[in-house]
Design a protein. Structure first.
Length: 370
């Protein structure tokens, strides 16, 4: 072979080798860029998740917002989060039409997913041709053609599942499952962080005698209202002669006193303020956004008016309707007030007020600022 041909072959081989090396380097750099880009996206999603946890929303609203973030950030066709609430499976968030929810909240009964739940591993299913349907589908042939099922666990306790669906067969064949696993972890982290909030929300009860919210309301929705302001005034009062009324007359009359005092005060304070039955004979009024010196005169008038009430088993007796045969009781109140500052411990302020009332002299009936 002529020397020129040999040189040409060597030059060509060198060129090809250089192109191969260049393409490999380009691929590595592109992969590295994509990985960095994916990490940035994942970090952005995590930040959005954490921001949602801190939002002034209910637990259910937070879960729905999380699902919306997933759908938007990762361009997911269908995303559904189902949680077991202790008695049944509930669809907490989904962009699937509600008519399909019965199927989606019953996936734990589908054989193909039961192994996934028991082993805590994802399950990917897809159809291969038109006319086929996924194992859990009943009458929704055209909606989902592929799906990935992720069981959800908090501290090794199974709490529900997250399912991704697509209308395209084999749409998740090449998906990066490590990214989806990271997303699942973030979903679990958010669900875990709202457990305490959910507990508070479920504990909120209405007092049967007064119709007022209970103490736990203050630490949930009540605190959200109060914390719209930098400074507020917390007032706690106690019907100090309630125990005597119960003993001297009857518990029924004592209950009537509690009811009528609550009714009177609720009617005579602004709807902007929070009024709850704290515990037993103790009540709390939260004057949101009001300084202490602005409530003193109002509370003096309120106390004076309440202590003029004559309460019978049939309600309040007016002075001109009073007879010698009427059995009634007059409430006596002891008030204590304190400032509350946004961002500080509301429970500590209430505990301080409660301790003061509990340790006060039995006959103390004042309005004290502590």
């Amino acid at each position: 072979m002529p020397i020129v041909g040999i040189i040409a072959i060597i030059a060509l081989a060198a060129t090809v080798l250089c192109l191969v090396i260049y393409n490999v380097n380009l691929h590595n750099r592109l992969s590295k860029f994509l990985n960095i880009n994916q990490r940035i996206k994942n970090l952005s999603v995590v930040q959005d998740f954490m921001s949602t946890v801190g939002d002034d929303l209910s637990v259910n609203q937070k879960i729905k917002k999380i699902n919306e973030i997933l759908i938007e950030k990762y361009d997911i066709k269908y995303s559904t989060i189902v949680v077991f609430d202790g008695t049944e499976y509930v669809v907490k968030a989904s962009n699937v039409e509600q008519k399909h929810w019965n199927s989606l909240k019953s996936l734990h009964n589908v054989d193909i997913f039961q192994d996934s739940i028991s082993t805590a591993t994802p399950k990917y299913i897809t159809v291969n041709k038109e006319g086929e349907q996924l194992p859990y589908q009943q009458s929704e042939f055209g909606r989902a053609k592929s799906a990935i099922f992720f069981p959800l666990y908090i501290d090794n306790v199974y709490i529900g599942y997250w399912i991704l669906e697509s209308g395209t067969p084999h749409d998740f064949d090449n998906v990066d499952t490590t990214v989806l696993e990271a997303i699942r972890g973030n979903i679990v982290s958010v669900l875990k962080s709202v457990v305490h909030q959910r507990t508070l929300e479920s504990m909120v009860r209405t007092d049967q005698f007064t119709g007022l919210q209970s103490e736990t309301f203050l630490y949930g929705d009540g605190k959200k209202i109060i914390d719209q302001y930098t400074t507020s005034t917390m007032c706690m009062f106690k019907i100090i002669n309630l125990e005597k009324i119960n003993k001297k007359y009857s518990r029924e009359l004592g209950n009537a006193v509690v009811t009528e005092v609550s009714k009177y005060i609720n009617k005579n304070i602004s709807n902007d303020y929070i009024f709850i039955r704290y515990m037993g004979p103790k009540f709390v009024i939260a004057f949101s956004g009001v300084e202490i010196n602005s409530v003193a005169e109002f509370l003096n008038d309120l106390k004076s008016n309440v202590e003029e009430l004559k309460v019978s088993l049939n309600g309040i007796i007016k002075e001109n309707e009073l007879t010698d045969h009427d059995v009634y009781a007059k409430p006596i109140l002891n008030f204590v007030i304190s400032s509350y500052y946004k961002g500080t411990g509301l429970e500590e302020v209430l505990r301080k007020l409660e301790n003061y009332l509990d340790e006060a002299e039995a006959n103390e009936s004042e309005i004290n600022n502590i």
